[in-house]
Write a protein that binds this ligand. Structure first.
Ligand SMILES: Cc1ncc(COP(=O)(O)O)c(C=O)c1O
Length: 381
């Protein structure tokens, strides 16, 4: 389907919420690995790690099998069973579930009403004698308030594990989010800003932490068949890393495209009653893995779910990230009540993500804007 098929803004093709962008370069890179017969993590993975570390400005990068594995290993390396770690109440379940998986306790804190990321004041209110770490999330590619959260962590002697699963290429005061201590966890799932199919990465500049993460990644093996930790197999493959190297080279352009698309959507949807657009905090440069708006039913004259349905009726895939705050998840029953997390509770009812990925054409973006305006019954463009 090409642009001319969209003349007169008639809907022609489906507009997906995410789209993998692969071309000959990834295919050739994978073919070379297959032809070499060396599939396990080897030189290509080491090179991918070195390039990733350099790209974010960290000293070390440790490639793993998923973003969940990255969080699990970071939690294992920095927390003990029974410790508490403060996580946002509004995020993908893995952020908190990996704390629970190592027998530590996730403590939920509410998020900021404008950036939807961990609120430093709410964090401070929840610190106890058992608190050992913060796990802020750069949600949708929007950097958390790294400066304030780092200050809180330093004041109370806490470790910080940043969840950047959705934030490859995001910056905070001109520094990549992956360069801040103690460690940053990434996912390479296909909906992310770059992919390896499944995969993940941990970046850190702490040599001893990097060593510990490498040990845990592969059965605590220090030399052949000599094991000094109870560890796992969370390794990746050179097949995945070959894709990752190509995707990493494309990342800056992909992030610029996401930022351009977000700016077009922001201009097109500005000033609509009851529609709140993504806010950009001072010093933050989001990488827009998702473009997530908020709908206030009363002012908009339509609910979030009605708008989502109407968009889907026009083959625009609108999605809800996430319909439940973590304290409402069946696995976290008893971890808090709605009134403890008013922002997160409201977000779960009102957020809606629109397509923003680099695969969108100008006509797709115009069609999204025009559709939202028509559904809300406000004219113009
Ligand atoms: C915020 C967040 N954390 C963690 C993960 C887990 O990553 P993965 O799906 O690669 O295990 C994801 C992605 O799904 C995510 O969005």
């Amino acid at each position: 389907m090409n642009d001319s098929d969209r003349k007169g803004e008639v809907k022609i093709r489906k507009v997906p919420i995410a789209q993998v962008s692969l071309d000959r370069r990834e295919i050739d890179a994978v073919r070379r690995v297959l032809e070499s017969g060396r599939l396990r993590a080897g030189e290509i993975t080491e090179d991918f790690e070195a390039r990733f570390a350099a790209a974010v400005g960290a000293r070390y990068a440790i490639a793993v099998s998923s973003g969940t594995a990255a969080l699990y290993l970071a939690c294992r390396a920095m927390l003990q069973p029974g410790d508490e770690a403060i996580v946002p109440d509004f995020t993908f379940v893995a952020t908190a579930a990996m704390v629970a998986a190592i027998q530590a306790k996730p403590i939920f804190a509410d998020v900021d009403a404008e950036t939807f990321t961990l609120d430093p004041e709410e964090v401070e209110r929840r610190i106890t004698k058992r608190t050992r770490a913060l796990i802020p999330v750069h949600l949708y590619g929007q950097p958390a308030d790294i400066a304030s959260l780092t200050r809180v962590a330093r004041r109370y002697g806490l470790r910080v594990i940043w969840d950047a699963a959705q934030a490859h290429g995001a910056q905070f005061h001109w520094r990549d989010v992956g360069s801040f201590p103690d460690a940053t966890c990434y996912s390479f799932y296909p909906s992310k800003n770059m992919t390896t199919g499944e995969g993940g990465m941990i970046t850190t500049s702490d040599a001893s932490l990097a060593g510990e993460l490498r040990l845990l990644r592969s059965h605590g093996e220090v030399s052949r068949y000599r094991h000094i930790r109870v560890g796992y197999n969370f390794r990746t493959t050179d097949i995945a890393s070959a894709i990752g190297r190509v995707q990493l080279a494309k990342l800056p352009a992909a992030v610029r495209a996401r930022q351009r698309n977000a700016a077009i959507l922001t201009r097109g949807l500005a000033g609509l009653p009851g529609i709140e657009l993504p806010q950009i905090a001072p010093g933050a440069r989001p990488s827009f893995n998702l473009f997530t708006i908020r709908i206030e039913t009363k002012q908009a004259g339509i609910s979030r779910d009605e708008l989502a349905e109407a968009l889907r009726g026009r083959d625009i895939e609108a999605a809800v990230h996430y319909p439940l705050p973590l304290h409402r998840q069946p696995i976290f029953r008893g971890y808090g009540r709605d009134r403890d997390f008013p922002v997160s509770t409201r977000l779960a009812k009102t957020v809606l993500s629109l397509p923003v990925h680099p695969g969108l054409k100008q006509t797709d973006l115009r069609f999204i804007v025009q559709s939202v305006r028509e559904i809300l019954k406000v004219g113009g463009n």
